[in-house]
Design a protein. Structure first.
Length: 302
């Protein structure tokens, strides 16, 4: 979403021009992110991981962004503040970068749970490219930087609708689409790898038969009918499938943004923006709450 195509007169409600009309919708999404912030903050304290920390930051940014959006759409004077509108645009761009990169790192972490993970010395240049965190980070920072530059240039009336601003926005959108496509490809490769080589799990067994008091007996085998396997988390068993769904949701978001990059009025229509941009993000975050999906540090190879 970009305000680059909106004319910039001295007194103008930029929020209304961009399609910021539904205050209740923004409030609902802001409220929805409150428990998500709390959940991932709790997880980051209980099981500290880089992934949980990034999700806390992402959910906090989204909470703030939707509060600002509600103010912009519900207050006439706030809607005339181009600076506040640009702040909201920047927050949405930076926030998605965090969600995309955290999804990427989670897929790579889950690769390491396999006894035969994808080889780092693969002859496939595509595989090396997809698995290179540094390249992904640089491309992501570049895409976000171009998007921020496009948004901030609109604060200058002479730049608001020029070709450079539009080109920056289009380049940013294209880079994010490519990275999201890479994420989807990686998720599919992870699914194939998981089917060939199931992730190593710590299986637990409980005695269930008449000899349950002899749980520690050396003569008791795991194959005995007196033992039952318990408690493999759903996310641990179906992690690849869940991440495929996450990548699909993010791909829907970026496909919509790319398809409307040259028609910002269409892309900013709230009846389209909420289901194709805001909703896929929050659904992806909800999927990250599934138990067992995010491995603990102790489970990852050093």
């Amino acid at each position: 979403m970009s305000p680059s195509s909106v004319p910039l007169p001295l007194s103008f409600n930029y929020a209304k021009a961009l399609g910021y009309n539904s205050t209740p919708a923004a409030i609902v999404f802001a409220i929805f992110y409150v428990p998500l912030v709390s959940f991932f903050a709790w997880k980051s304290l209980k099981h500290p991981t880089y992934f949980h920390l990034i999700l806390v930051i992402f959910c906090t940014i989204r909470l703030i962004a939707f509060i600002i959006r509600a103010i912009l759409s519900g207050n006439e004077s706030a809607g005339e503040s181009l600076g506040l509108l640009i702040t909201d645009e920047v927050l949405f761009g930076v926030g998605f970068a965090g969600l995309l990169y955290s999804s990427y790192t989670l897929i790579l972490d889950r690769y390491s749970l396999h006894s035969k993970s994808m080889p780092r010395t693969s002859s496939s240049r595509i595989s090396q490219l997809l698995l290179n965190r540094s390249i992904f980070r640089v491309a992501l920072v570049t895409g976000v930087g171009l998007g921020i530059a496009a948004s901030t240039r609109t604060s200058n009336a002479s730049h608001g609708t020029d070709g450079t601003t539009r080109s920056l926005h289009e380049a940013s959108t294209l880079i994010l689409l490519i990275l999201t496509t890479f994420l989807a490809i990686l998720a599919l490769l992870l699914l194939r790898q998981q089917m060939r080589d199931p992730p190593l799990a710590h299986h637990s067994y409980e005695p269930t038969g008449p000899n349950s008091g002899a749980a520690n007996s050396p003569n008791m085998t795991l194959e005995s009918n007196n033992y039952t396997q318990v408690g493999i988390p759903f996310g641990q068993s179906y992690g690849a499938q869940i991440l495929c769904l996450v990548s699909f949701l993010l791909l829907v978001r970026e496909a919509f943004n790319t398809g409307t990059v040259q028609d910002s009025k269409r892309g900013n229509e709230e009846q389209l923006w909420y289901p194709f941009v805001a909703l896929p993000e929050v659904l992806a975050v909800v999927l990250f709450m599934i138990p067992g999906l995010v491995p603990m540090k102790t489970e990852l190879p050093r």
